[in-house]
Design a protein around this ligand. Structure first.
Ligand code: MN
Length: 446
């Protein structure tokens, strides 16, 4: 399968004639997709590919054919793939893994340093500096579901809120989730602190007002790449071919609102006010060198057969380094950069991306290309690897102290959160996810 096997596009020796690509988050081995338009323009959002500090304008490139001529390019597939992407990334998604691969090879060869001067000239004319582009979500997201797949996060939050770190039995048998809202997904969000109800400890009457316990959640976004028919579950054997790629996701969470509202039902207003995505979706094919075997420690039950398989055991996991940085309003006033407050790795998740997709469809639920599945907060085994501030600051009992002396139990107005991700492995070129940014504004009154 193209999304799992290594090929010429993973060649560590390959460099681009575009100098800014080499050594950046976006070398030719990455080629993530996004939607952009020129800054301050009213242009329609259109599909582009990040390369170095530039955006490759696929709409412009798809009108040309001369860049598709290199030996090794499957022109018959790469050309319609580029045209589909230039109309809507979901059209490329629905073409399937062979088309994804054909377009990737074509772009890789056109950007590689041995591309002919004529090809370089055509591609150069389709480049726009990222600094001159505004970004939106990589696709028009149809639906959004958020999973809960980190055992460390589940335990840490349980300990922080005083339940002793108890994890419900279902966690160990299936990836569990709630259905979220696609309408409040965005990139570079400047979100207002949400209003809502909260019940303070020991009280018998809730208060209504701005959340006092605003948090972030370090997550990854899985971009569904295929439609599955209503009533027809996807098997583990086919799950990877239904996943187009991944990005970063910040599931902003109002803990006081969330914990009052969510028993016995799932999260609602504690989560639905904003969810931030990174602008670029890194394809599963780009991630192929960074796969890991799936293992399950003896202390936990092995997955049921429908959530297990050979491909999962061989390379179901993903080695992705992740970090959270915080920039307070005070830091911004002093032109200080965001300070890293935690880092972890996606490999610590209890459930893999293929298992999440299979579980979602197991009862017959139909997913669509362009749907987003959040992976749930990514927390690692040590306290410093926590993916939310409720874990780092022990639900407010142990505030974190920043380098400039400021302290945080939860987020304050003016705080900006930056998520980053990257894959590194000896013998391969490092690829990055870019940044997922968001900033908290004061509450908006009725
Ligand atoms: Mn979440």
């Amino acid at each position: 399968m193209a999304t799992l096997s290594l090929n010429l596009t993973h060649d560590a020796q390959a460099r681009s004639w575009l100098a800014s690509a080499n050594g950046s988050d976006f070398p030719i081995q990455n080629l993530p997709y996004g939607r952009f338009r020129r800054t301050n323009s009213q242009e329609a959002w259109r599909c582009g590919v990040a390369i170095g500090d530039q955006v490759l304008d696929l709409a412009h490139l798809a009108t040309q054919t001369s860049w598709l001529g290199a030996p090794g390019v499957n022109t018959a597939l790469a050309k319609p793939a580029a045209q589909a992407a230039s109309r809507d990334l979901r059209e490329l998604m629905r073409m399937g893994t062979d088309a994804w691969h054909a377009l990737r090879v074509a772009m890789f060869l056109a950007l590689r340093e041995d591309a002919s001067p004529a090809v370089q000239q055509v591609v150069q004319s389709a480049l726009i500096p990222q600094a001159s582009a505004d970004m939106t979500t990589p696709v028009q997201v149809g639906e959004y579901t958020d999973f809960y797949t980190s055992l460390h996060h589940a335990r840490n939050v349980g300990l922080a809120i005083g339940n002793g770190g108890l994890v419900t039995p279902n966690f160990f048998w299936m990836p569990i989730a709630y259905h979220g809202r696609a309408s409040s997904l965005g990139v570079n969000q400047r979100l207002h602190r949400p209003l809502g109800q909260a019940m303070a400890p020991g009280q018998d009457r809730p208060i209504y007002g701005p959340s006092q316990r605003l948090d972030y959640e370090l997550e990854m976004a899985i971009y569904v790449g295929q439609d599955n028919d209503w009533g027809r579950p996807v098997s583990m054997e086919h799950a990877e071919s239904h996943i187009f790629g991944m990005g970063l996701l910040n599931d902003w969470s109002a803990r006081d609102i969330q914990f009052w509202e969510m028993s016995p039902l799932g999260p609602f207003q504690g989560k639905n006010f904003a969810t931030s995505l990174s602008p670029w979706v890194v394809t599963m094919e780009a991630l192929a060198p960074f796969r890991l075997p799936f293992t399950r420690a003896d202390e936990h039950p092995q997955p049921l057969a429908y959530l297990d398989g050979q491909a999962l055991r061989a390379h179901g996991g993903l080695d992705i380094h992740l970090s959270v940085s915080l920039q307070t309003a005070k830091m911004r006033e002093h032109a200080s950069p965001a300070q890293e407050i935690s880092k972890t790795n996606f490999k610590h998740q209890h459930w893999c991306v293929s298992q999440m997709l299979v579980q979602h469809t197991a009862g017959g639920c139909n997913l669509h290309a362009g749907d987003v599945l959040g992976t749930g907060t990514v927390s690692g085994p040590t306290a410093q690897e926590a993916g939310a501030i409720i874990e780092l600051a022990k639900a407010g009992r142990e505030p974190i102290t920043l380098a400039n002396g400021e302290q945080r139990s939860f987020l304050l107005d003016g705080d900006a959160i930056v998520l980053r991700g990257a894959c590194e492995r000896a013998g391969f070129v490092r690829i990055g996810f870019g940044a997922c940014c968001g900033e908290v504004l004061p509450a908006m009154p009725h």
